[in-house]
Design a protein around this ligand. Structure first.
Ligand SMILES: CC(C)(COP(=O)(O)OP(=O)(O)OC[C@H]1O[C@@H](n2cnc3c(N)ncnc32)[C@H](O)[C@@H]1OP(=O)(O)O)[C@@H](O)C(=O)NCCC(=O)NCCS
Length: 173
């Protein structure tokens, strides 16, 4: 699995020693408010670990652990997954609320999109959010994605954004 580096962040694989911190972040109802799967307990996260590691082996992509370089703190996750059982690849992110609105999701997302376009050779990456999730849509807009349609995934009404490889490269080089 490839690790990614940005100006302020390391993106690396999750490790079992992250579990306590993961439970703090992904067990927080405010963080998980707009995520259809909802909050996760430490034991649920632990139980999901082997499948997550296996997915990384088979697919060579997934959700990276986002680490702030300066403090070595795990901030949350960002990465690429299949959109609700479709062949489309979706950008996703969730960070500890103490770190919101510092540009970290945008910085991590650009690295993940670059990985998707340059290493995986994807032509297009999509993202979805519940309409009330303004922060998430703002990240999509800031990375250069454009709104395409209202849609329904994960049993939820969502807005659906996308970016092509050419669009990404003309914006981010
Ligand atoms: C979505 C999320 C990852 C964004 O992370 P982040 O690091 O705060 O994102 P950024 O700082 O890069 O950008 C956030 C943008 O949203 C804006 N924003 C946040 N809340 C907002 C609100 N209520 N109204 C308007 N704009 C808002 C911020 O001002 C910022 O935009 P700006 O740079 O133009 O000022 C974070 O809010 C989060 O983890 N949310 C919970 C999990 C989640 O909902 N994930 C997405 C599921 S689709």
């Amino acid at each position: 699995m490839q690790e990614l580096e940005t100006e302020h962040l390391w993106l690396r694989q999750f490790r079992y020693e992250d579990l306590d911190r993961m439970a703090e972040i992904f067990g927080d109802p405010e963080v998980m408010r707009f995520i259809a799967s909802g909050t996760k307990t430490r034991s649920e996260l632990e139980a999901a670990f082997p499948a997550m590691l296996e997915r990384w082996k088979c697919q060579e992509f997934g959700m990276w652990a986002v680490i702030e370089k300066a403090s070595q703190t795990l901030l949350g996750r960002c990465g690429l997954i299949y959109l609700d059982g479709t062949p489309e690849v979706e950008l996703g992110y969730a960070l500890d609320k103490a770190y919101w609105n510092r540009g970290m999701a945008t910085e991590a997302s650009i690295a993940c999109l670059r990985f998707g376009f340059e290493k995986m050779g994807l032509e297009r990456i999509v993202a979805i959010a519940q309409p009330a999730n303004i922060a998430s849509q703002r990240v999509m807009q800031k990375v250069g994605m454009t709104f395409e349609k209202n849609a329904h995934y994960y049993k939820t009404d969502v807005v659906y954004y996308a970016i092509s490889r050419n669009e990404f490269h003309s914006l981010h080089g």
